[in-house]
Ligand binder design. Sequence first.
Ligand SMILES: *[C@@H]1O[C@H](CO)[C@@H](O)[C@H](O)[C@H]1NC(C)=O
Ligand SMILES: *[C@@H]1O[C@H](CO)[C@@H](O)[C@H](O)[C@H]1NC(C)=O
Ligand SMILES: *[C@@H]1O[C@H](CO)[C@@H](O)[C@H](O)[C@H]1NC(C)=O
Ligand SMILES: *[C@@H]1O[C@H](CO)[C@@H](O)[C@H](O)[C@H]1NC(C)=O
Ligand SMILES: *[C@@H]1O[C@H](CO)[C@@H](O)[C@H](O)[C@H]1NC(C)=O
Ligand SMILES: *[C@@H]1O[C@H](CO)[C@@H](O)[C@H](O)[C@H]1NC(C)=O
Length: 360
Amino acid sequence: MDGKQIFKVSFDPVTGRMGALRLCLLAALMGGALCQYYDYDAYYQPSSFMGPSGPNCAQECECPILFPSAMYCDGRKLKFIPIVPSGIKYLYLQNNMIEEIKAGVFDNATDLRWLVLDHNQITSSKVAKGTIDKLVHLEKLLFSYNNLTEPMGPLSKSLNEFKMIGNKLNKFPPTTLSGMENLTTVHLEGNELTTEAITGAFKGLKSLIFLDVSNNKLKKLPAGVPNSLEMLYADHNDIDSIPGAYLQKLPALQYLRVSHNKLADSGVPAGVFNSSSLIELDLSFNKLQSIPEVNENLEHLYLQGNSINKFDLTSFCKFTGPLNYSRLRHLRLDGNNVTRENMPFDTSNCLRQATDIVFE
Ligand SMILES: *[C@@H]1O[C@H](CO)[C@@H](O)[C@H](O)[C@H]1NC(C)=O
Ligand SMILES: *[C@@H]1O[C@H](CO)[C@@H](O)[C@H](O)[C@H]1NC(C)=O
Ligand SMILES: *[C@@H]1O[C@H](CO)[C@@H](O)[C@H](O)[C@H]1NC(C)=O
Ligand SMILES: *[C@@H]1O[C@H](CO)[C@@H](O)[C@H](O)[C@H]1NC(C)=O
Ligand SMILES: *[C@@H]1O[C@H](CO)[C@@H](O)[C@H](O)[C@H]1NC(C)=O
Ligand SMILES: *[C@@H]1O[C@H](CO)[C@@H](O)[C@H](O)[C@H]1NC(C)=O
């Protein structure tokens, strides 16, 4: 087992903890090489286990001698970002009191791949130009729980993960993510984004798989999202309608969550959820009065907390026969105006795989 691989499985990008390292080294010493299971939090003592910090480290931080390309500066009450020496690829600055990213701090950090800034107090106006935007190899930018009102940019085209959860973003220029051909994961939940603010923001991201825009101020699902998308979460917004062809443009979408919005029957055109890729659909806590038509392949449907007052089997099965039936396994209808008595007698033929239909 080579060292690089050990570290690859050992790092949690959020905590930066090194739980697997000791386990894996022990396993290697004992002749085993299975590092699959690890516990980040159980172990984080680079100084005792790793020996002294590398010679190039900022004095406020630690750079494990066995893994000198990582610099740990998390949870140290820092008000500023320490000077980052060259050669550092993984930089952990979460849980500090940083308010500012000053010009020059990353001038020598041209190799930086991961930058973790979660849980600080950085405002957009205090991010100097020529800092984060100059990091051309950056792959993960984790910038959640700060005070950003708009993202900085343009950023490295090499990004594969972008997280700005729990900031105050109300702007998101279409150029922010443009050209990031390897970007797979975008987290923007818990901001103040409107439909207009994210117009064009996700165009052309041909590797995008996961997008979370929950807890914002959207009136519509994001437009122009790439057809690679598999998970789209938009809970807790003000969405009142879904365009008829929305899902037709997303042939890979498996999980769609639009709970806690304002969807009424009038905002749900016939057949809008007839997508054969969809496995889970969460429409709970809206204003629906009937069960929308869904594709036979859907397995999980959440409709609790609506105003549904009838149970129509054609929502699930257009035809019922030996090969024609719904794959639905879980259905939640609690918090509506239907009871088990509303189910037609032939329900079990159509919903023959349902193990769990909840009415209350
Ligand atoms: C960058 O590295 C050079 C050469 O090692 C050094 O003189 C300079 O002070 C460094 N600058 C920063 C901002 O770290
Ligand atoms: C960041 O936001 C928090 C919570 O809204 C606030 O208490 C704090 O003063 C803000 N800090 C800065 C530097 O703006
Ligand atoms: C995307 O990933 C591929 C394969 O790892 C790499 O060759 C390419 O340079 C990356 N693109 C960018 C813009 O970094
Ligand atoms: C659902 O889509 C399929 C194609 O995926 C189509 O054959 C079928 O007629 C559609 N059903 C409804 C009710 O629109
Ligand atoms: C039933 O399913 C089969 C196989 O999927 C299909 O060929 C047939 O057209 C379906 N029948 C009806 C009435 O939808
Ligand atoms: C609930 O359903 C019953 C019987 O179908 C109906 O009489 C009643 O008006 C409905 N209540 C609401 C709030 O829709």
